[in-house]
Design a protein around this ligand. Structure first.
Ligand code: 5GP
Length: 193
């Protein structure tokens, strides 16, 4: 893909339940940052509070595999068995055409792949939950998944924590208000650089 935009890329990656979505939503509200959310494609079903083409592009497994064949993805991953997630190249183009910076809420492998694709323009931030126990509590509170699925996410989280040093910044999310302010500072510095 032609890299012809002055727009920057800002990646927030973390184990699910670490609070990264809350942080990303907060940043999107700060209009002066001129950020647009990169809507990922996924083959999983929408949760009750999710909307197509806002939270994700919800597509079938068959459609997802066709996009892989067509080389339509900047990065994609089978995050859980038969559950695929990916960033479409034309999503990046859509946001660049708007003249905005792109903010990503994606898993650690995807986040590092974006950084690899655009090393200079990308700020890659790892959001770290206080510990695995706290993560479990947060996922349970969310009440959107079965115990099995929560355990699957917690197991994955332990592996993901080990990738933190490969990111540009580790943002510790002990206290949300502090994490939000830290995130604002990181974004401000990156887009003004
Ligand atoms: P959830 O099902 O909770 O929305 O997301 C599960 C995991 O997939 C999260 O860690 C989320 O950040 C990640 N994810 C979402 N979109 C993408 C994407 O486009 N690429 C990759 N690699 N991971 C993604």
């Amino acid at each position: 893909m032609k890299d012809n935009s002055t727009g920057k890329l800002i990646v927030f990656s973390a184990p699910s339940g670490s609070g990264k979505t809350t942080i990303v939503k907060h940043l999107l509200k700060q209009k002066e940052f001129n950020l647009e959310f990169s809507i990922s494609a996924t083959s999983r079903d929408p949760r009750p509070n999710e909307t197509h083409a806002k939270d994700y592009y919800f597509i079938s497994l068959k459609e997802f595999k066709q996009h892989i064949k067509n080389d339509d993805f900047l990065e994609w991953e089978e995050v859980y068995r038969d559950i695929f997630y990916g960033t479409l190249k034309n999503e990046i183009q859509r946001i660049w055409n708007l003249g905005k910076h792109i903010i990503f809420d994606i898993d650690v492998v995807g986040g590092l792949n974006i950084k690899k694709a655009y090393p200079e323009k990308t700020l890659a931030v790892f959001v770290q939950p206080p510990n695995i126990e706290e993560l479990k509590i947060r996922l349970k509170k969310r009440q959107t998944e079965s115990d099995d699925k929560i355990n699957m996410r917690v197991a994955k989280a332990s592996i993901e924590m080990a990738t933190a040093p490969q990111f540009d910044h580790i943002l510790i999310n002990n206290e949300l208000e502090v994490a939000l302010k830290d995130a604002e500072e990181l974004v401000k510095t990156h887009i003004n650089a």
